[in-house]
Design a protein around this ligand. Structure first.
Ligand code: PBE
Length: 270
C-alpha cells in the first residue's frame, strides 16, 4: 500500500547479504549518514541466496522490500529493480573490478601474469555467464562454453603466449555470483595455455590475505575504489594491482520498480 509509511511495513529492515561483503560495510555507513539509525532502520545479514529468495517472494506478492544490490548481477536481469539515489555519495560512483596478483608472479609465471593482466570483459559478458550458472549450469562448464563462443576474446588474452606444461596456479575468490563467473572464465582461459589451475572459494579477508602471503597467485574480485577498498588499504604494498578487468559496476540500495514513491535513500525516512 503506497500511501502507508514504508518503514513499518518492512520492519525498518534492509535485507543484506554476507557480513564480510563490502556492500554491507557501505550500507552500515549509509544507515548512519542518512540518519536511518535514528529512525530504527537496521541491516539484516544473510547471504546472497537468502536475499534473492526473499526478494523473489516479495516481488511475486508485489510487496515492498529494500535490498543491498549490485551490478553486474542477474537480479537486475530477472527482476524489475532500480537503485535508490544516493545524494550523499556514500556508495561512491561507478566501480571497476580489478585483478590482483601476488608479488613475484610476474617472475614465476610470466605467461599467467600476462593473461591475467590482459583479462578484461564487459558487464554484459559477465552477466551472460552468471545467468547460465543461475540456471543451474556447472560454473566451469559455463566458463568453457563462454570461451568457445568468444574465440576472439580468448585469442586476445593468450596472444603470443608460450604454452606451459602443467605449472600449478591457485586463484582465490569469494563465492559471489559475479566472482564465480569471472574466476571460472579466467581459470579456464589459463588452462588453455597449459596451467593446472585450482580455484578456492573463501571469505573476503582470507582471499586478500592469501595473495598477500603468497598462498595464492591471483584473484579477480577487487571492487574498487569503494566496495573492496578496506581490504585494498589493509594489504597495500603486499600485492600487485593489474588494473581493471571490468568497467562500470555499481553498488547501492535497490527496490522493485513498483515502489514508485521510493527513489532516493532519503525517501526511506518518509
Ligand atoms: N558484492 C559482489 C561484493 C563484491 C562483489 C558487491 C556483493 C561486495 O564486496 O559487496
Amino acid at each position: 500500500n503506497e500511501t502507508q509509511k514504508l518503514g513499518p511495513q518492512i520492519n525498518y529492515t534492509i535485507t543484506g547479504i554476507d557480513a564480510g561483503a563490502g556492500v554491507m560495510g557501505s550500507t552500515t555507513k549509509v544507515i548512519a549518514a542518512y540518519g536511518l539509525d535514528q529512525a530504527n532502520w537496521q541491516l539484516q545479514t544473510s547471504s546472497t541466496a537468502a536475499m534473492t529468495s526473499t526478494l523473489q517472494k516479495a516481488i511475486r506478492h508485489k510487496q515492498p522490500i529494500v535490498v543491498t544490490g549490485w551490478q553486474p548481477h542477474w537480479m537486475f536481469t530477472k527482476y524489475p529493480l532500480k537503485f535508490l539515489k544516493d545524494p550523499k555519495g556514500v556508495y561512491g560512483k561507478a566501480e571497476d573490478i580489478h585483478t590482483i596478483v601476488r608479488k613475484g608472479l610476474k617472475h614465476d609465471a610470466p605467461q599467467a601474469y600476462t593473461l591475467l593482466d590482459r583479462f578484461y570483459w564487459t558487464p554484459k559478458q559477465m552477466s551472460s555467464v552468471m545467468l547460465k550458472v543461475n540456471a543451474g549450469q556447472d560454473p566451469a562448464k559455463a566458463a568453457q562454453a563462454w570461451l568457445q563462443k568468444h574465440p576472439a576474446e580468448l585469442a586476445k588474452w593468450t596472444k603470443g603466449l608460450a604454452k606451459v606444461h602443467g605449472q600449478k596456479l591457485t586463484m582465490t575468490y569469494v563465492a559471489w555470483d559475479s566472482e564465480i563467473a569471472s574466476t571460472n572464465v579466467v581459470a579456464e582461459a589459463l588452462k588453455t595455455i597449459g596451467y593446472d589451475v585450482t580455484i578456492r572459494p573463501m571469505e573476503i579477508q582470507p582471499m586478500w590475505a592469501s595473495i598477500a602471503t603468497n598462498a595464492a597467485d591471483a584473484q579477480v574480485s577487487a571492487w574498487l575504489p569503494n566496495t573492496s577498498g578496506k581490504y585494498y588499504a589493509d594489504y597495500k604494498g603486499k600485492f600487485a594491482d593489474l588494473g581493471v578487468n571490468l568497467k562500470g559496476a555499481q553498488v547501492g540500495l535497490a527496490v522493485p520498480t513498483y515502489m514508485t514513491k521510493i527513489n532516493s535513500i532519503n525517501d526511506l525516512l518518509h
